[in-house]
Each structure stands twice: as C-alpha cells, then as structure tokens.
Design a protein around this ligand. Structure first.
Ligand SMILES: NC(=O)c1ccc[n+]([C@@H]2O[C@H](COP(=O)([O-])OP(=O)(O)OC[C@H]3O[C@@H](n4cnc5c(N)ncnc54)[C@H](O)[C@@H]3O)[C@@H](O)[C@H]2O)c1
Length: 353
C-alpha cells in the first residue's frame, strides 16, 4: 500500500552499491510504498557516487548504524552471494524484513538458516528472482497454471551467449538460477522437480564448467532440460513449454513475438480393439492449428518485484518468490553440483517444507 492510502511508507535500506544495487536504489526511490533511507556499502565512496550530490538518502559503510535506525523496516541485500547469510541474519535479528538478491545464499544449509530465522520472527524473507516478475514470465505462469497448455509434458530452456567466465562459480551457479527460479515459479500446484542430473565441460581450461546441461525429473513423469553456456558466440534465450493441448515458446530476444502459443502437436489415441503393433502405427496423429502471440504489457520487472516486497510486508503473506522458493533453487543447484562431480548421475532433491 502506498502513502496515498494514509499508511507511512516502508523505510528501506539497500546494502551493496556495486553492479546490481543501483537498480534496487532506483526502484525503491520511485515506489510510493517505500522510502529509501540508507545506501550501505563497505566502499562508502561507491555508495555516495550512486546517490549523487543532492540526495537526502544517507550513505554509510556501517551496517550496524543502519540496523539501529528505527525508521528502517526493511533491508535489501545486493552484496556477493558469499555474504548473504551474514548480512541477512544480522538484519533479521534486528527485526527487519529482508529482500536478498539471487541466489538466496551460498549453500542450501545457509538458505535454510535464513528461512528458519525469518519464520521464527514472523518477518518477510524474499529472494529477488527478477525474471519471475517480467511480464512474459507472469503471463507464462498464468497460462500454465490455468491449464491452457493441458498437462505438462516437457520444459526446455536455453540460456547461452559469450558470457563472463566467473572466478568463483561455474556456469550452472551463474546462469541456471534464472531458469530454475522461472520453472519453480510457473509449475502448477503439486508439480515439482524430484531429481536432477548435470553434465558439463570446461573446454577452455577455466577450472570450472563453462557449458552445462541439467535434466530435471518432475514428480509427474514430465522432464525439464536446461542448457547454460558461457562459450556460445550467439545469444539464445528461449524456453519451450510443451503440454498435451498447446505449446508455449518464449523467445526473450524477439521483441515482436516474445511469447507464442501453438495449437500444434502430437495426439495419441489408443483404439482398444487393435493389437500392440497396429496400435503403434495408428495411434499418433499430428495437429496443425493456429499460433497466437499473447500481448504483453511493458513494465520493468524490478518495479513489480519491489511492489511484491511491499505487499508481502504489509499483508504478512509470502511473496511470490519467498525464501522457500530461493531455497528450492539452492536445493537443485547443490544437487546439480553433486551430480556433475559424480559424472552426471541422477541426484534426488532435498524436499523444502
Ligand atoms: N537479479 C538479477 O538479475 C541480478 C543481476 C546481477 C547480480 N545479481 C545479484 O546481486 C548481488 C550483487 O551482485 P553485483 O554484481 O552487484 O556485485 P558487485 O561485486 O558489483 O557489488 C557488490 C557490492 O557489495 C559491497 N559489499 C560486499 N560485502 C558487503 C558488506 N558486507 N556490507 C556492505 N557492502 C558490501 C561491495 O563493496 C560491492 O560494492 C549478487 O547476489 C548477484 O547474484 C542479481
């Protein structure tokens, strides 16, 4: 709710003024639901530079100063993943609601600690899986969950380009959180991944996988596949979601037809009176219907994400991408690393309650 409704805006502080933090700063500043009070970075000159000369927002390098401010209700953390546990725990223990950039934490155990602490204190814990708030993904979620596609058969997600080879994480931890959080977000109630197998290669000798393939088994028998790659000379951002009735194709690099829903596919009928061999020939028929391109609103995903954080704080209900969704993504990432180390064997996923 905004100040227009008579309620005081939620006081918020952003921690981390590096590459991503300024995007949070800009969106909190333009939201009526929030008042940005502090920008905190160990490098205070960076925080000052982001705020500019005439800002009324305070810059500091000292988190305790921020946490002691009673006008701060919430903390948004945009520091490197290895610091998320420490900063988020301190904030929760000071009674603040917390938004953490993806990934929620560096390990599943750390993420679980954050979820537990927030639960115990009745505070909002949200993970910024930004893609989940894009108009395309919100529409995909509606289409999948309303049954437009029918029963889900497969998901196929490709996220490849000439990427920055990271020093501390492999391509799975760098890029797959996006695909995993999207899959987590759009799957219908009761449908979830139960196991993952990961294969990867380090062709350039970077010391970590630069190309990787994840195969997720879903509890319904459906399959999801993710291809992430830092070494591809062309950029591809395509997800296909195939259902028994229709198939959705999301091409994020095609601004005119970002989403396309095809009424084309394979129908299988099984006449009871036929024998097994005859059945195999007759059963399969191809459907060739229309393609429609659902219209999408133009809206910055971070703006919607910030609003969702405000609503979760005001209502006390879990955000669309709450701590648990961050934890489910961590469960898959960790299992994928285990599988990669074991030559690609299927690894059962930790269940997040
Ligand atoms: N949602 C997205 O699409 C998206 C995109 C990029 C990055 N991110 C996430 O944002 C986070 C930050 O990434 P980045 O690329 O901006 O990193 P960065 O290295 O550019 O910036 C991090 C900043 O945090 C500061 N910092 C580190 N530890 C701190 C501490 N304890 N207290 C205060 N300040 C501290 C550093 O001085 C630095 O300025 C990561 O979790 C990353 O995964 C998310």
């Amino acid at each position: 709710m905004s100040s227009a409704s008579g309620e005081r805006p939620i006081g918020v502080a952003v921690v981390g003024a590096g590459y991503w933090g300024p995007n949070l700063v800009r969106n909190f500043q333009s939201s009526a639901a929030f008042r940005l009070r502090w920008l905190c970075d160990l490098d205070i000159s960076r925080a000052r530079r982001v705020l500019g000369e005439y800002s009324t927002v305070a810059a500091t390098a000292d988190l305790t100063e921020v946490l002691a401010d009673p006008d701060v209700d919430a903390i948004a953390i945009a520091t490197p993943a290895g610091t998320h546990l420490k900063v988020a725990l301190e904030a929760l223990r000071a009674g603040k609601h917390v938004l953490v950039e993806k990934p929620l934490a560096a390990t599943f155990a750390e993420g679980a600690q954050l979820v537990e602490e927030a639960d115990r204190r009745g505070l909002t814990l949200m993970c910024d899986h930004t893609y989940c708030y894009t108009p395309a993904v919100l529409r995909i979620r509606d289409l999948v969950r309303s049954g437009e596609l029918g029963e889900l058969h497969y998901l196929d997600s490709v996220r490849i380009n000439l990427g920055l080879v990271q020093r501390d994480i492999d391509v799975i931890w760098d890029l797959a959180p996006h695909d995993l959080s999207i899959i987590d977000h759009v799957l219908p109630e009761g449908v979830r991944p139960v196991a993952v197998a990961a294969h990867g290669a380090d062709g350039v000798g970077a010391g970590r996988a630069c190309v990787a393939y994840l195969t997720l088994q879903l509890n319904t028998g459906a399959i999801a596949h993710i291809h992430v790659n830092w070494l591809s000379p062309i950029k591809v951002r395509t997800t296909i979601i195939g259902g028994s009735k229709r198939t959705l194709v999301w091409d994020d690099l095609n601004p005119t037809t970002r989403l396309a829903m095809y009424d084309r596919g394979v129908d299988v009928s099984a006449p009871e009176e036929l024998g097994a061999d005859e059945r195999r020939d007759i059963m399969v028929s191809y459907r060739s219907g229309d393609m429609i391109a659902p219209a999408l609103v133009e809206r910055e995903a971070l703006r919607t994400m910030v609003e969702e954080f405000g609503t979760a704080i005001r209502t006390g209900s879990p955000a669309l991408t709450d701590g648990r969704s961050g934890l489910r993504v961590l469960a898959i990432l960790e299992a994928a690393s285990k599988s990669l180390a074991a030559g690609g064997e299927m690894v059962t996923l930790e269940v997040v309650k």
